[in-house]
Design a protein around this ligand. Structure first.
Ligand code: DAH
Length: 331
């Protein structure tokens, strides 16, 4: 008994304690073996030895019990020490997501046009040659339709090369007054470089009503550009040709780096070409069932990449597509 109690008092693990319990009190334990021999004792010896054995068993059990409580609390203390958390350490910072620079610019353009009573329209990226070309006065022999420039699925199905196709879809469905902008993806077979991509983005604008003039076009575009680049920007309307507008104009922004004097930003021209625009061609209106003798309209199309590069003074369009976090985190 002394030996067992001595051993129990030294124990410092639960498993060790359980081993001692089994070796003494278990089915094949030392004390159990003694108790099993009770039958071989004489009638006088039996009660004496029995009482003694029970006494020993009680003491050993009590000792095991208290040792088990001691070991459990020691193990708990060790675990608390090992798993201790230093609440003064700095936490792991969460990276917040943010909008892509082109999305920031697009959201701004949408907000500006919503403020002028426009709404946002959408059209399909897989488009027919009718909506992308024919309905826009761009006949079968026009170079823009060349398979060298346009992605064809079959003779009549393409990836749209411009969001101008949405003009037609809207004018077929809605009657004037119409005021929409239509942002979306566009595709051309361009080699990828600092200013070109086979996949890019445009915003189309269209307003049709009685008495719409070139003055309305200039007002809308001025509002857009001042909203994006600040109230002191200057626009220049330069005569141009598009099959679906008459008259047509390309719109340049006075270089805000040099205010028109000429610098590397504007390639020493003082002006930077931004977009195409014009008064909707009467034949386009009539084809959509809008009487061109009653209604007129203006339209424009602008690349979102170009707007974004200018806004943030970025010199390579590929940065917009590479999703390099070091670039994107700056916005
Ligand atoms: N579709 C032309 C382009 O992709 C841009 C454009 C020019 C759109 C004149 C128009 C417009 O709506 O009237 O370059």
């Amino acid at each position: 008994m002394e030996r067992v109690i001595g051993a129990v008092s030294q124990v410092n693990g639960m498993a060790e304690l359980e081993n001692i319990r089994i070796s003494v009190l278990g089915k094949k334990g030392e004390l159990t073996a003694i108790l099993k021999q009770m039958g071989t004792l004489s009638a006088e010896e039996r009660p004496v030895i029995g009482a003694l054995a029970n006494d020993v068993r009680g003491k050993i059990e009590a000792e095991l019990e208290s040792a088990s409580a001691r070991v459990a609390s020691a193990e708990m203390a060790a675990r608390l020490e090992a798993e201790r958390v230093d609440v003064t350490l700095p936490g792991a910072a969460l990276q917040t997501g943010r909008r892509h620079p082109m999305q920031i610019v697009l959201d701004d353009v949408i907000k500006i046009f919503l403020g002028m009573g426009f709404s946002v329209a959408e059209g399909p990226e897989v488009e027919t040659t009718y909506y992308c070309f024919d309905a826009l006065n761009t006949g079968p022999d026009h170079p823009a339709r060349d398979p060298q420039d346009t992605f064809y699925f079959d003779d009549e199905t393409i990836l749209r090369t411009q969001t101008s196709s949405v003009q037609i879809r809207v004018m077929e469905k809605e009657k004037p007054p119409i005021r929409i902008i239509s942002p979306g993806r566009t595709y051309r077979k361009d080699e990828i470089d600092a200013t070109h991509s086979a996949h890019f983005h445009q915003i189309e604008g269209l307003a049709v009503d009685k008495g719409i003039t070139m003055g309305d076009l200039k007002g809308a575009l001025n509002t857009m550009m001042k909203g994006l680049y600040g109230s002191d920007v200057k626009l220049r309307f330069r005569p141009h040709h598009f099959p679906y507008t008459e008259p047509s104009a390309e719109v340049d922004l006075q270089c805000f780096a040099c205010h028109g004097k000429g610098c590397p930003m504007c390639k020493y021209e003082g002006w930077i070409e931004m977009l195409g625009s014009g008064m909707v061609h009467p034949a386009v209106l009539d084809r959509c069932g809008i009487d061109s003798s009653v209604y007129s309209g203006f339209a424009f199309g602008v690349g979102i990449e170009r707007l974004t590069l200018m806004r943030y003074k970025i010199n390579d369009l590929r940065l917009l597509y590479e999703n390099d976090m070091r670039f994107l985190r700056q916005f």
